[in-house]
Design a protein around this ligand. Structure first.
Ligand SMILES: NC(=O)c1ccc[n+]([C@@H]2O[C@H](COP(=O)([O-])OP(=O)(O)OC[C@H]3O[C@@H](n4cnc5c(N)ncnc54)[C@H](OP(=O)(O)O)[C@@H]3O)[C@@H](O)[C@H]2O)c1
Length: 409
């Protein structure tokens, strides 16, 4: 790797060095073990050396970075201390970004300095040789809450030109996961019906859009009128507010009466689905990530031969359900985890074609990066959110506009 001879020591946040010129240091939000804790404690600003590149790697000038729960887990140091995994004594979080290729490794083909990109976070342990993957910005230390991030070339995807940096940075992790679940793993077919838990959340807003693109009907489950409106705007066929069915949630240690009420609410919920679909059938696919609280309902509600596709368990991973509903009606449970480069690439094409749209619900500035994570930690955000990094203001879509905005002050 060679760096330009006239490399500056560091440039202020919200400004850019010359294209392809890499400063010695960069501004970053850095997590260290001695300050593990809530995000406002764990995310601290530091000046760090800019990453050196290996042959397959690319240095990206981050314009905006998406916020997701990975950074919170990393900062908490729980349930695992992820620094032990990568072996460094610091960690820069961030598994979503939009930016500009600033430098490429010697073996990189197909990408060049100046390309405007988004990133997927599936990081291969040995590119080209291994199926083992880690999550960039969580299991690797070089994430996007810094002026520069280091990624493998296979993580790059073209940025949709009409999207702002902040919108382009917001969707990768959740959208590619939802696409993988519905399209690749559940093999969603036109004409099918899908029950989507958390339809106003990070995964859900994309699951709803994907159903529309695939010619399927989405029944969106939400807990507020605001999210119900959003789900309908995104193309849901119908919406159910789960607060109308308070006993549907599975809870530990339910009495016989509570179990009866729980089962009655699941059946009533199923009837609401029939009403919305206009026929007495359950969903062909259930989009699961809530876990313990909803899984018994998901297994019961799925149609005969239905699929329950699951990628997470927000309310607990130790699942309890009546397996008779599974075998008697020949349903399937399908696991899914993020996406690979091929799957993320196919998903991103739908964004490039304008068929799937980011749902940016809030944007934060560089200084607010710890606060944005804190709000997510306190469950005070919905949809997807991102933070400006290199972009000096919102609304900018490419390097030319960004340079002009910096020049204009
Ligand atoms: N394996 C992977 O690759 C992968 C990737 C991304 C995410 N995940 C996991 O998937 C889960 C969801 O991620 P996300 O980004 O969509 O989170 P999110 O933005 O917080 O949305 C989750 C939604 O779940 C709903 N929900 C929460 N508690 C519920 C309950 N008790 N019953 C029913 N619904 C409930 C909420 O919707 P309402 O309150 O409106 O119903 C909320 O909007 C997380 O556990 C995450 O770790 C896994």
């Amino acid at each position: 790797m060679t760096h330009a001879k006239n490399r500056p020591s560091i440039v202020p946040v919200g400004t850019l060095p010359e294209l392809g010129v890499v400063p010695e240091k960069m501004h970053a939000f850095v997590i260290r073990p001695e300050r593990f804790g809530e995000p406002t404690k764990s995310f601290q600003h530091e000046e760090m050396p800019v990453w050196e590149l290996g042959p397959d790697e690319v240095l990206v000038q981050v314009m905006a970075a998406g916020v997701n729960y990975n950074g919170i887990w990393a900062g908490l140091g729980k349930p695992v201390n992820i620094l032990k995994g990568h072996g460094l004594d610091f960690h820069i979080a961030g598994s979503d970004a939009a930016g500009v290729v600033w430098q490429v490794g010697s073996a990189v083909r197909g990408w060049k300095v100046g390309d405007e990109v988004v990133l997927h976070c599936n990081h291969l342990i040995e590119p080209g040789a291994s199926e083992d993957q880690t999550i960039w910005g969580y299991e690797t230390p070089d994430g996007s809450f810094a002026q520069f991030t280091r990624v493998q070339a296979q993580q790059l995807l073209p940025k949709a030109p009409e999207l702002t940096w902040e919108a382009a940075a917001s969707y990768g992790l959740t959208y590619y996961t939802a696409h993988r679940m519905l399209i690749d793993r559940a093999e969603l077919q036109p004409g099918e019906d899908v029950l989507i838990w958390g339809a106003g959340g990070g995964l859900g807003v994309f699951a709803v859009q994907l159903c529309k693109v695939a010619g399927a009907r989405a029944i969106a489950v939400v807990s507020s009128d605001e999210k119900a409106e959003l789900a309908m705007e995104l193309g849901a066929h119908g919406v159910i507010n789960r607060k109308d069915f308070p006993k549907l949630q599975y809870k530990d240690g339910m009495s016989a009466d509570e179990t009866k009420a729980h089962q009655a609410d699941i059946k009533a919920f199923g009837k609401r689905i029939w009403e919305l679909l206009g026929e007495r059938k359950g969903p062909d696919v259930v989009f699961e990530h809530v876990g313990r609280a909803t899984f018994p309902a998901s297994v019961f509600l799925a149609n005969k031969f239905g699929r329950i596709v699951i990628c997470g368990a927000t309310t607990g991973f130790d699942l309890t359900f009546d397996v008779r509903h599974l075998w008697m009606r020949q349903k399937r449970i399908i696991g899914s985890h993020f996406a690979d480069a091929d799957s993320a690439g196919r998903a991103n094409r739908l964004v490039l074609q304008g068929k799937v749209h980011p749902v940016l619900t809030r944007m934060f500035t560089w200084d607010e990066i710890p606060h944005a994570h804190q709000l997510m930690y306190e469950n005070k955000l919905h949809g997807t959110v991102s933070c400006l990094v290199g972009a000096p203001k919102p609304g900018l879509k490419n390097l030319e506009e960004t340079r002009a905005a910096i020049a204009a002050g």
